[in-house]
Design a protein around this ligand. Structure first.
Ligand SMILES: Nc1ncnc2c1ncn2[C@@H]1O[C@H](COP(=O)(O)OP(=O)(O)O)[C@@H](O)[C@H]1O
Ligand SMILES: [Mg+2]
Length: 267
């Protein structure tokens, strides 16, 4: 059907075990943490899937697996219908380029020894989206304007700008390679409340303009609700509830979800 919304990423039955202790001689696994027990979810074109849960529930692990930063112990990731483990090298690169990330700590995610302009140019040059530094510079200027930053910020270092400006720059760096999906992992949790709404609204405007899909991760169900079409509630590595954002917020089925909601609104 033509009017059906396309699934960009489909994560199917993933499990993730982190090995935390191995025998020093035999290498045999002695202790592991199961961060994700079983999870399946989809990111749809132009839509936002929110992932919400307490700290340590497995949100970041799920996001990193969806975008290829981490390998799942079991389970599959499909990008545009194709299993990522069955991709050619070119297809895999295409998948990785099309799925970008924004993290909680924008300064930590920038190389402090390079200017903001250089930081945004790196993916363009390494992924060969452009042929030279001049071309990269033009694209960087275009994208800075899109995220509401002044062009002269190009020449500043991450330590010279505010947290909110730096998160805008991180958004610019994610956008510059023209991705289909951005995985936003607690993107406003480290920012002042007054700046949070600006960043969330910027992400929404960009989505409307560019039809990007977001996987939006936060421990704060209020923020997730504001951003998402669909919400997935997770606890201890399992999906406990999933549905349309309004439905989950107004008619939560699970006690865990009800607790998340009451703790978000009684502050
Ligand atoms: N690299 C790692 N090695 C061992 N355990 C980890 C690692 N990363 C995360 N964990 C554990 O996995 C669980 C889920 O972590 P995470 O996905 O970061 O949760 P969240 O993002 O919801 O806070 C936690 O118990 C965490 O301590
Ligand atoms: Mg996390």
């Amino acid at each position: 059907m033509d009017n059906e919304i396309k699934t960009v990423i489909a994560v199917k039955n993933i499990r993730k075990e982190y090995v935390v202790k191995k025998h020093f001689l035999t290498g045999k696994v002695q202790e592991k943490v199961v961060a994700v027990k079983n999870a399946s979810f989809e990111a749809k074109e132009g839509m936002t899937l929110g992932i919400v849960g307490e700290s340590g529930s497995g949100k970041s692990t799920m996001g990193e697996i969806a975008g290829g930063l981490l390998k799942a112990t079991f389970g599959s990731i499909f990008y545009c219908g194709k299993n990522t483990t069955e991709m050619s090298r070119d297809e895999y690169e295409e998948y990785r380029r099309n799925v970008q990330f924004i993290f909680q700590d924008p300064k930590g995610s920038m190389d402090p020894n390079y200017t903001i302009g250089d930081n945004i140019s790196f993916p363009l040059l390494t992924l060969k989206v452009v042929n030279n530094k001049d071309e990269a510079g033009r694209l960087v200027s275009e994208i800075l304007e899109k995220v509401g930053l002044d062009d002269n910020i190009k020449n500043k270092y991450p330590s010279e700008i505010s947290g909110g400006q730096c998160q805008r720059a991180a958004i610019a760096r994610a956008l510059v390679v023209n991705p289909k999906v951005i995985i936003c992992d607690e993107p406003v949790s480290a920012l002042d409340v007054s700046i949070q709404a600006q960043i969330l609204n910027l992400l929404k405007e960009l989505q409307r303009e560019l039809d990007i899909s977001y996987i939006f991760i936060s421990h704060d169900i209020g923020v997730v609700n504001y951003m998402s079409d669909t919400i997935m509630v997770i606890s201890k590595g399992n999906v406990v509830e999933e549905g349309a954002a309004k439905e989950v917020l107004l008619h939560p089925k699970e006690t865990y979800t009800k607790k998340l909601i009451s703790s978000a609104f009684v502050k």
